[in-house]
Design a protein around this ligand. Structure first.
Ligand code: ADP
Ligand code: MG
Ligand code: MG
Length: 251
């Protein structure tokens, strides 16, 4: 069983403290919904866990199965089984999708994956996400539509089979059918691998598909409320303002 433990995490960007003491544990088979008004640090938390060097950890700890994550490079974090599906995936010209994925997969294995197995798995993922068959041979995210980029993040997740996957607004920009396709793929991958999920989204519809076991609200760099999926419904119907009154804080 995998266990990602975050303790008293403080993170600064450009010398401004964005995260002000986050405590969160995500284990295999748990599905955590992370919500909160815009600009309060959700993406910052995910970027800091994955090791984006712009996000400076000034205090606290992150461990994965007892190993110190903060001392790992980004590729080591990927190797131990962490994955981030990004809000704004970057375009990389000159590297094809399949080259990128094969080297990412091989970096985590003793022996390289056979070409046959790789192609089979990639075809399966591409079909499952209802993407164009030439996807494998196109440069990574180059000229992809917003929706295609998001689906491509899920193709990567399915191929890399992480132990803990973090998805940052992966549902934004998806139409109703695409949302269902992406959700089904995430669910299938989750069940197959017992993956733990940390899901950032604003939309109850996405969470309806993914059935969170836990839900958290992040305000001003702190998790101010944690509960079960009922919290998702409450935010969907009432927004965030009630939190202000209930906790006597200012959003
Ligand atoms: P959320 O994902 O909750 O909308 P973010 O984590 O993206 O919020 O942003 C939290 C705060 O940190 C914002 O004030 C944002 O401007 C700042 N911030 C985040 N990332 C960067 C960055 N790469 N450069 C400058 N400021 C950033
Ligand atoms: Mg703020
Ligand atoms: Mg964000």
């Amino acid at each position: 069983m995998a266990e990602l433990i975050i303790k008293d995490l403080h993170v600064s960007v450009n010398d401004i403290e964005i995260l002000k003491g986050i405590d969160l544990t995500v284990r295999s088979n748990e599905r955590h919904a992370l919500m909160g008004p815009n600009g309060n640090g959700k993406s910052t938390l995910l970027q800091a866990i994955m090791g984006n060097p712009k996000y400076i950890v000034t205090k606290g700890s992150i461990t994965f199965d007892g190993q110190d994550v903060l001392s790992m490079e980004v590729d080591e974090r990927s190797k131990v089984g962490l994955f981030l599906g990004m809000q704004y995936p970057s375009e990389i010209s000159g590297v094809t999708n399949s080259d990128f994925l094969r080297s990412a997969i091989n970096a985590r294995r003793e022996k390289p994956i056979s070409l046959f197995k790789f192609i089979k798995e990639m075809d399966k993922a591409i079909k499952q996400l209802d993407m164009k068959p030439d996807l494998a041979h196109r440069f990574l995210n180059d000229g992809f539509s917003g929706g295609e980029k998001k689906r491509n993040e899920i193709v990567q997740m399915m191929m890399l089979k992480p132990q803990i996957a973090m998805l940052d607004e992966i549902d934004s920009g998806l139409d109703v059918d695409a949302l269902r396709i992406v959700s089904d793929a995430i669910n299938e991958c989750q069940k197959e691998n017992g993956m733990g999920l940390l899901i950032v989204s604003h939309y109850a519809r996405f969470y309806d598909y993914l059935k969170p076991t836990h839900a958290h609200i992040l305000v001003d760099g702190k998790i101010v409320l944690s509960s079960d999926a009922s919290l998702v419904e409450k935010v969907d119907t009432m927004g965030y303002e009630w939190i202000e009154q209930e906790l006597n804080i200012t959003l």
